[in-house]
Design a binder for this molecule. Structure first.
Ligand code: HEC
Ligand code: HEC
Length: 307
């Protein structure tokens, strides 16, 4: 079903593009974007009547919303998201408008908007906006800027949680593989007199901890809430604003800290995890941190798309 909708959508946008090329100069949307604003998510079809609505709010609810719901709604609709996925859409177009305007970094100068900058993600399942959609979103954002100069979202004011999510996006699959972070899943704990690997209890994210022998799953999960918390933590200034990101070290410390009396965590083999695994985890943090601090997260590599 999803795939079918995807195909329809591609056909719709291509149709709109052709029409735009033959009947309108590229900078004038000339109505190539009308339609899909009925709040149902639409099928991505575009028609050729009328210019963009007059207000930014109407442009969003009547035109942009349908495009975003079609391409991004399956994962970013507040009413359907799974654990850890950030949301900026809603079943109701006007609610989505309020939501997205309240998120830092989304309704900004088009050059810095996360909507526009977000590349293909989530192992290839999360698309980037198409060129045509980017043009549409740019036109809408420019309308927002004209209506409210300087007053739109500020990408410099991410919440601590969003900072952590951004940090997650700086993780690079190449680092994960080269450092063999997956080896953590082979570490062992003693359970009922047997040695059991960490992933036998944590491969589905049990107890908020994801440790899996499936490299891609482990990598992707570690980028997201809540699992990222076992790896990295935010530090705050006294006034509660974001300060920095530091190792949270939970994977390592779980094995060496004092256990809860009465309900202890199974004791780790040798009382600790192997030093080389600790080093891998720490190096993985350091490389991610460097990329994040240098604002070079676009250099992070992604896993190959699922077959
Ligand atoms: C199949 C699911 C899926 C689809 C479809 C999808 N995304 Fe995502 N998106 C995710 C997941 C999971 C995350 C969190 C991890 C990540 O960023 O890779 C995310 C994160 C994001 C973020 C927030 C993090 C950041 O870098 O600011 C933005 C923005 C985003 N996606 C934009 C989009 C846009 C725009 C579309 C549609 C063109 C889209 N996504 C479609 C799954 C999806
Ligand atoms: C037999 C099952 C089992 C095995 C094997 C196991 N765990 Fe756990 N783990 C649990 C349970 C149950 C909890 C929740 C209770 C707790 O926190 O002690 C947990 C919680 C955790 C937590 C999260 C809570 C926190 O304090 O942050 C971490 C981290 C963790 N385990 C790491 C590991 C590591 C590393 C290994 C391998 C060396 C491992 N676990 C092996 C059962 C297991």
């Amino acid at each position: 079903m999803k795939a079918e909708r995807g195909l329809l959508f591609v056909a719709g946008v291509l149709g709109g593009l052709l029409l735009a090329c033959t009947s309108d100069p590229p900078s004038n949307f000339g109505g190539a974007w009308a339609g899909s604003g009925n709040g149902s998510g639409g099928d991505g079809n575009v028609t050729t009547s009328g210019p963009l609505p007059e207000t930014a709010a109407d442009t969003f609810t009547q035109v942009v919303y349908g495009q975003l719901m079609t391409s991004c709604g399956s994962c970013h609709n507040r009413d359907v998201v799974g654990v850890g996925t950030p949301y900026f859409l809603d079943d109701v177009a006007t609610d989505a408008y309020t939501l997205v305007k309240g998120l830092p970094g989304y309704v900004t100068d088009p050059a810095t908007s996360r909507l526009i900058l977000k590349p293909v993600h989530y192992g290839g399942q999360g698309p980037a906006l198409s060129t045509e959609q980017k043009e549409l979103v740019t036109a809408w954002l420019n309308q927002e800027l004209t209506e409210n100069p300087g007053g739109t979202g500020d990408p410099g004011t991410l919440t601590p949680l969003q900072e952590l999510e951004t940090f997650g996006q700086c993780m690079s699959f190449d680092d994960f593989v080269n450092l063999n972070v997956r080896a953590l899943s082979d570490e062992q704990a003693i359970y009922q007199n047997n040695s059991v690997e960490c992933d036998s209890c944590h491969d589905d994210g049990q107890s908020g901890t994801l440790i899996s022998a499936e490299e891609v799953e482990f990598f992707e999960g570690t980028k997201l809430m809540p699992y990222i918390l076992k790896f990295a933590a935010v530090t705050l200034n006294e006034d509660g604003t974001f300060k920095d990101i530091a190792r949270s070290n939970r994977w390592v410390e779980k094995c060496v800290e004092e256990q809860l009396v009465g309900n202890p965590h199974p004791e780790c083999q040798n009382g600790q995890i192997a030093e080389e695994v600790v080093n891998s985890i720490n190096s993985y943090f350091d490389l991610t941190y460097e990329r994040w601090a240098a604002d070079e997260c676009d250099l992070a590599t992604q896993p190959p798309p699922p077959q």
